[in-house]
Design a protein around this ligand. Structure first.
Ligand SMILES: Nc1ncnc2c1ncn2[C@@H]1O[C@H](COP(=O)(O)OP(=O)(O)OP(=O)(O)O)[C@@H](O)[C@H]1O
Ligand SMILES: [Mg+2]
Length: 535
């Protein structure tokens, strides 16, 4: 049975569940009053909603206390973020909110995304079931009723998609709902956010709801949550653990812990804790604290590959750690720049990072050379394995960069070789410095990589994401093992590092770099080289 509206075949089966568009209805007085109340307060709408429960079948939606509070917060605030336990009724709550919003707000566009398209379809399906079970007088008519979208006769439209960059391309959303946001792959979530968030926040009334169970710390959901808690963004937070879900008690928790087979998983899914991998190199308790310390860079340059948190200060000492990739899109070429604040006791601070997996090794060598020069002739620790060999050779022979630190005889063994003994030494030194608070990390990507940097069977590697910034970091701190500072620097009374006079003489070497020799204190040389290094 097909119905025709406005000449188009919509293939909608109109029946007692799906109402025809613009169908006339004689409202009774109490219905008009009820409609007005529902419009004002979402909680007045809830008693009319029925949900389909897997065991109990169709039931009246009797919201849990937290759901009532959450729905009211959705109604009141433009930006909401929810950190909620597994199977706590979160998708149901956002579904109810989307339905209420659609009925009482004409001419709107509602976008619902989930980590997978199938989950997004399931949300719409559940929303349709709720719609179909509403009393007739409360229902808008339906103009379109598809698997990926619904349009009501008040011209409000609900669309669904997987959370990808292309989701809702070109559409201006009035309400955007992101379910299971922590489970969207990091880069996809970033692209989706970059494509959609600016237009939504630019409009004064548009709303965003982001909800998820936590899924580790290296994702956009975690970032939004942390910023919200710090008051760095406009999102209102709601946290719901298993205790707030009716029917769950200590006995349930005990059983669930057995079923899941891991305290870690239980803590993540039911205590809603942001956990890193089990075997992270950095103590998980320390990670939990430092991972929230990310800062916005002072300068982002070279097409988003260079992040500067602090420009070089006169008289300060810096160290570069370098890990080199092929430049073909796999491993990243990475540079970490640390300020050596004091040597006794050791105090270091991350001031800049560079990472790019598309820069060729020759350009990368030149960039490393310039960065080392720019940061007060910083000592430069370069891993010489594989592609790194090109970098050390160019730094030494081509650029005559005497700040390159060499572990062996200068001509034969330039740079640092990662071996079974040097790598663990460097990693453990980095671990110790981070854990005892001697090394401050502020870069978001570096912190992310630390949360997935693990030791398994004697090997160190990034489990869920790359670890190239970490390699650059442990080589940078490894400079402390080289005993060069004792020879090259004197200490001020407060333990801070003072450069010796003769260090200045090295500047003469840089005379050969005529293109950057002038105005090198001026950051514009980086702008000039954007095309070269941007990749
Ligand atoms: N207030 C409620 N009363 C009774 N049942 C409810 C209520 N809210 C949700 N449910 C039921 O609880 C189950 C889980 O709900 P829902 O899928 O919304 O939870 P979730 O937190 O999104 O789960 P997941 O973590 O699997 O995504 C569903 O069967 C749903 O119908
Ligand atoms: Mg869900």
């Amino acid at each position: 049975m097909k119905s025709y509206v406005g000449g188009f075949c919509l293939a909608i089966r109109y029946d007692s569940f799906v109402k025809r568009p613009f169908e006339e209805h004689e409202f009774e007085d109490w219905q008009i009053l009820a409609l007005q109340n529902c419009m004002k307060d979402i909680n007045e709408f809830l008693p009319y909603v029925k949900i389909v429960h897997p065991d109990r079948g169709e039931i009246v939606f009797d919201p849990y206390v937290y759901q009532k509070v959450l729905l009211k917060k959705f109604q009141k605030n433009r930006f909401n973020i929810g950190l909620l336990a597994r199977q706590s009724g979160k998708t149901t709550a956002v579904g109810v909110y989307a339905l209420w919003y659609a009925i009482f707000n004409p001419d709107k566009v509602i976008g619902i995304v989930s980590n997978k398209e199938s989950s997004a379809k399931m949300i719409l399906n559940r929303l349709k079931k709720m719609y179909e079970r509403l009393p007739t007088w409360l229902k808008p008519g339906v103009k379109e009723y598809q698997k990926t979208g619904v349009t009501f006769d008040n011209e409000t439209q609900i669309m669904i998609s997987a959370t990808t960059e292309d989701a809702f391309r070109g559409q201006t959303m009035n309400l955007l709902i992101c379910d299971e946001f922590a489970f969207v792959p990091k880069n996809m979530a970033k692209d989706f956010w970059a494509a959609n968030y600016p237009t939504i926040s630019a409009s004064k009334q548009s709303k965003v709801i982001v909800i998820s169970t936590p899924n580790g710390m290296h994702n956009l959901f975690h970032k939004l949550w942390v910023k919200a808690e710090r008051g760095d963004n406009e999102f209102k937070t709601t946290k719901v653990n298993w205790r707030q879900v009716p029917g769950r008690d200590e006995k349930w928790a005990e059983q669930e812990l057995k079923n899941l087979g891991s305290k870690q998983r239980f803590n993540q899914e039911h205590e809603v804790e942001f956990l890193g991998s089990a075997s992270t190199v950095i103590d998980p308790d320390v990670l939990e604290i430092i991972v929230e310390r990310f800062q916005d860079p002072l300068i982002e340059d070279l097409n988003g590959h260079l992040y500067i948190y602090e420009k070089p200060k006169e008289g300060s000492s810096y160290i570069l750690g370098v890990d080199t990739g092929k430049g073909t899109g796999e491993h990243y070429s990475a540079v970490q720049i640390l300020e050596l604040v004091t040597l006794s006791p050791v105090k270091m601070r991350q001031v800049a990072v560079y990472w790019n997996n598309m820069i060729d090794v020759y350009k990368f060598s030149e960039l490393v050379n310039r960065l080392s020069y720019y940061y007060n002739n910083a000592y430069t620790m370069v891993e010489n394995n594989a592609e790194g060999a090109v970098v050390v050779n160019r730094l030494w022979w081509e650029y005559e960069n005497e700040n390159l630190v060499n572990t062996g005889s200068k001509t034969k063994d330039l740079g640092i070789r990662a071996t079974k003994s040097t790598k663990p030494m460097a990693v453990l030194l980095m671990k110790r410095l981070i854990e005892d608070g001697s090394l401050d990390i502020v870069d978001e990507e570096t912190l992310d990589q630390l949360t997935s940097f693990v030791e398994e069977n004697g090997k160190f590697f990034g489990k869920e994401m790359s670890d190239d910034l970490i390699s650059a970091l442990y080589w940078a701190v490894f400079v402390l093992e080289m005993n060069i500072f004792e020879e090259e620097y004197t200490l001020n009374e407060d333990g801070s590092v003072k450069q010796q006079e003769n260090k200045e003489e090295k500047d003469d070497v840089w005379g050969i770099l005529t293109d950057i020799d002038t105005e090198v204190e001026d950051w514009s040389w980086l702008d000039d080289s954007k095309v070269m290094f941007g990749g």
